[in-house]
Write a protein that binds this ligand. Sequence first.
Ligand SMILES: Cc1ncc(COP(=O)(O)O)c(C=O)c1O
Length: 522
Amino acid sequence: MKEAAHYLKTPGLISLGGGLPSPEYFPFHEIDVKVPRPGYLGQEQNGHEEGEIISMGMHDMREGKSAFDLATALNYGQGHGAPQLLRWLVEHTEIVHNPPYKDWSCTMTVGSTAAWDMTLRMFCRPGDFIITEQYSFPAAIETAIPMGVRCAAVSMDAGGMLPSSLDDLLSNWDSVRRGGPKPFLVYTVPTGQNPTGSTQSIERRRQIYAVCQKHDLYIFEDEPYYFLQMQPYTGEDSSPVPPPQSHAEFVESLVPSFLSIDVDGRVMRADSFSKVISPGSRVGWITASEQICDRFRTHADVCTQGPSGFSQLILFKLLDETWGHPGYLDWLMHIRLEYTKRRNVMMAACAKYLPKDIVSWTPPSAGMFHWLQVDYTKHPAYLNGTKTLHKIEEDIFLACVRHGTLLMKGSWFCADKIEKRHTLFFRATYAAAQFDQIDEAIKRFGNAVRDEFGRLPYINGVNGHAINGHSMNGHATNGYVTKGHDTNGHLHGHSNGELNGHVNGMTNGDSNGTNDYANGRH
Ligand SMILES: Cc1ncc(COP(=O)(O)O)c(C=O)c1O
């Protein structure tokens, strides 16, 4: 039936075919949106003060005003999305990734989460295993579980998935012991990985790709953080690296994607506007070989039916008719510098407040997450055998809340829930809190860790020397120094009143954070 739509182009044809409602009955006559003007950088603060109003009318196409309008966008369309926006996405993909084979193609999605869900339905059967990083995006894992699909986890280091571990896993796969066939699908987040913040270098990507060729694996690269690649971290004492001066330099500075090195057509790349335009737009796209895209499109026709017409139209007007490719690249360069500032604030706070003999980290080069490793083996209760790694994680998490900050437990991101853990991590994001809040939250995290480890808190610039009468937020320090004081009323009073205020304060205006807590899956 969808194919019958092609005949609508026949001159003089009166259609009594498709069940499309008449735009006469759409109660939206015009939509106006205010957006940052192209070339706004340096002229407007974040593009909010002054902007350009773009209007979308009901019959702009018929009236020769635009290539897309409300009458078309708000009606039924094809599962791959409106051709107007799709063309722009294909051009963008060519500019940035230029896949090295001819028959690649793009199809719109309602974001990467849905793209992954659809991919699992297309590729897997109950009982299959997929390969993921050892710590991974919880929604990706939990999408698989109800389908009866299990995760086989590959070890990571600060540079992401380890090719040798991937090779070992597959070379030594024992279907009987594992209770399932050798996996053929890899889910990876190569850039600014969630939760570890790690980014695979081009050498690492090439090695992983070679292992995938050896074992004939298909790669799903989930890349919502690709354009959150930041300026190199140089530390506080060295001068910053100058940002890219041109679009070409910017594109050149990005780590090449798996898609861009995919000579076999074994990669499906998922892009998303969620982290660079807005998560609520619910628009993304996949790029893969035509063979795969065709299946995906057919699937979308009976599943999502493509993203919302409102979103597609607004994005088309912004990206194609207002900014164009150069304007979008300007925007991405702007976002890069904004995240660089945020990341640097968090790194400075970590250096200032965290006990370095207990907490260690690698500065992220992309994404919105900072992954902090806690050396639980130094915990007095671990040394005397009274607390497990799991209990220490739980207690640090609760201590963080008492001290007025919220970080995510590393265990929430474990792909393989059965395998025994030997590392303890917390995930912090610098994406949304104000700079001074990032600083304060890390200070509180440092104090929570010290509290848990029975150390003195960090107070007023003196690391580990809390002295009589000095306090964090005006409370006596005693409560923080020895475990026996945890319940003496100071902390309870503190957490029930003031700290709740802080926690709320930190989550209000932090929409990503609020979603985090509400959905528990980002
Ligand atoms: C790795 C990863 N993939 C996908 C998503 C969600 O992307 P989308 O909003 O496009 O579904 C997230 C966001 O939290 C993520 O961390």
